[in-house]
Design a protein around this ligand. Structure first.
Ligand code: ADP
Ligand code: MG
Length: 533
């Protein structure tokens, strides 16, 4: 029996750096988190390679203490890189392929409960750039999904919250506009977004974050604290052995959770037949991690400012992410905002619930129904091209779309050819805030070739960017007084080719294995844009 649109379940996936969650909408349209095969609501985003098998989740997480060298974790942090930093059983993996193994496990476990399904919405941090969004979409494809959309985690959390609080009713009737701040501190990333909900519109006003800050940094402080005690006692560093380090990490992560509920905890560590037991109070823990919290505080203030708001303009502050269970987080936000932070939607389920609600909206739209809510996003990084400043002769980042612009957007800027008789034009597209191109990341380039001879210097070149809501960028270049015009959707430079995606999809989902290596790793692709007829 083929699946009809009617029976296609609305499924949303929170593909986290450290933990992932899946939710679907039940018959009444309510989001429900699906438990995995182990019976847990969240699945560690960790992959263990064992012989020919990839084991995902709790078991893989445990293996960090015994066979750390075969374990891949935090691949999300490396999305956009060509390969994961670590070889696994002698093999290189693109980070998105590791993400695909996680997604495949989620798909299999969910299928046992809601039957076969393909269509999903996957979430990403709002701070993710174009490159990482595309990689996430590719991971979904490799795991056997049809990715309906990629949405921002804070937007998803706000949707889930709005639904729970009932201001998104069935008819989508508008209440008074609401402004909120989403503070999401997970395992590996920190994300803060200021949003406005106007009736059915979800509008992100400003977004910022830190892709290298999360609960693991809090873990690391505990690890270092214990290790230093060990060194003082035995002149030995337990962190030097991967398995001991792995075991210590698990101990410390556990202790951190305990400290969210209790005033003190003791952590033991043994290495080379020596052992220490270290007692840590919540006060001590907060002291040794204060600077990490301060970093999130700083970014939060800045984001509020970027949105042009002050604390009194906000209706509420939403807590998202497992690390917001640490009492120091709510304490800091309470003091700073004068509001009681809201954790009414479970902090580690909110994002998946919002993704499922968004999937429901998209499926309803495709059936011709009127959607419950609309989502409006902003871009999190400025997009520009590299141009030479004629006065200084220096290369600079000429921004076409500043950050925090509401999407979709089209922007145009006119540049000029450098010299007379120029044969071709190189347009390098960069993402970033800095005026100097070296500090930005190049996301693609296009070359306009075969310009007519005798083209005078200073001939105008129109560069047009079209940036869609899902973060895809189309670049159009036209040269005045010529028929030269190019249009191309930017593909990231480290991207896998269609054939490679296909091969990985077969490999990950366990269908007839076609070995994706070594050709499974993309070469550095240069984007040369074909000319439009
Ligand atoms: P991500 O979305 O980045 O994968 P999650 O939102 O699932 O992350 O949060 C995972 C992080 O939350 C981990 O670092 C974990 O240690 C931390 N965490 C989970 N529960 C608690 C708790 N009770 N106290 C402190 N930290 C917690
Ligand atoms: Mg998360």
């Amino acid at each position: 029996m083929s699946m009809t649109e009617e029976t296609t379940p609305a499924v949303g996936i929170d593909l986290g750096t450290t933990y992932s969650a899946v939710a679907y909408l039940d018959e009444t349209g309510r989001p429900i988190t699906l438990v995995n095969a182990e019976g847990d609501l969240v699945t560690p985003s960790v992959v263990l390679f064992e012989g020919n098998q990839a084991v995902v989740g709790k078991e893989a997480l445990k293996a960090i203490a015994t066979e750390a060298e075969h374990v891949a974790q935090c691949a999300k942090r490396e999305l956009g890189e060509r390969t994961f930093h670590k070889n696994l059983q002698g093999r290189k993996y693109p980070p998105e392929a590791l993400q695909a193994f996680v997604l495949n496990k989620l798909r299999q476990d969910a299928t046992r409960q809601i039957g076969d399904f393909r269509k999903v919405v996957i979430t990403v941090p709002a701070y993710f750039d174009e490159v990482r969004r595309k990689a996430t979409q590719d991971a979904g494809y490799m795991a056997g999904f049809e990715v309906l959309d990629i949405i921002n985690e804070p937007t998803a959390a706000a949707i889930a919250h709005g639904f729970l609080k009932g201001f998104l009713n069935r008819k989508g009737e508008s209440n008074a506009p609401r402004k909120l701040l989403v503070y999401d501190l997970g395992g590996g990333t920190f994300d803060v977004t200021v949003m406005e909900i106007r009736g059915r519109e979800f509008l992100a006003l400003a977004t910022d974050g830190d892709v290298q800050l999360g609960g693991q940094d809090w873990d690391q402080r505990l690890i270092d604290y214990v290790a230093e005690e060990f060194i003082r006692t035995y002149q030995l560093d337990p962190r030097e052995d991967p398995n001991t380090a792995g075991r210590l990490w698990r101990e410390c992560e556990d202790a951190k959770r305990t400290l969210s509920a209790r005033g003190k905890v003791s952590i033991s560590c043994d290495y080379k037949s020596q052992a220490v037991r270290v007692e840590v109070t919540r006060e001590k823990f907060e002291e040794i991690t204060q600077d990490l919290l301060n970093r999130t505080q700083f970014t939060t203030k800045q984001t509020l400012q970027a949105a042009g708001l002050s604390w009194s303009d906000l209706d509420y502050v939403l807590l998202v992410g497992g690390s917001t269970r640490m009492p120091m987080v709510a304490k800091m936000l309470r003091t700073m905002s004068g509001k009681e932070p809201d954790a009414s939607v479970a902090v580690d389920e909110a994002v998946a619930h919002g993704a499922a609600l968004h999937a429901g909206i998209l499926l309803a739209k495709s059936r011709g129904e009127i959607p419950l809510v609309n989502i409006t996003n902003v871009n999190s990084h400025s997009l520009g091209v590299v141009a030479t400043d004629t006065r200084t002769e220096r290369k600079r980042n000429a921004i076409l779309i500043p950050r925090n612009t509401t999407l979709p957007v089209t922007a145009k800027r006119v540049f000029r050819t450098q010299k007379a008789g120029q044969k071709s034009i190189l347009v390098r597209i960069v993402e970033g805030e800095s005026a100097s191109p070296e500090d930005c990341s190049q996301i693609g380039k296009c070359v306009v070739r075969d310009l007519p001879p005798d083209l005078p210097a200073q001939t105008p070149i129109d560069v047009r960017f079209q940036y869609q809501e899902n973060g895809r960028l189309t670049v159009q270049v036209s040269v005045a007084n010529t028929s030269r015009e190019l249009k191309h959707e930017i593909t990231r430079e480290n991207s896998l080719t269609a054939e490679q995606l296909e091969a990985w999809r077969l490999y990950v989902t366990g269908q007839p294995v076609s070995d994706p290596e070594p050709s499974g790793i993309a070469d550095d692709l240069t984007i040369v844009i074909e000319e439009d007829e």
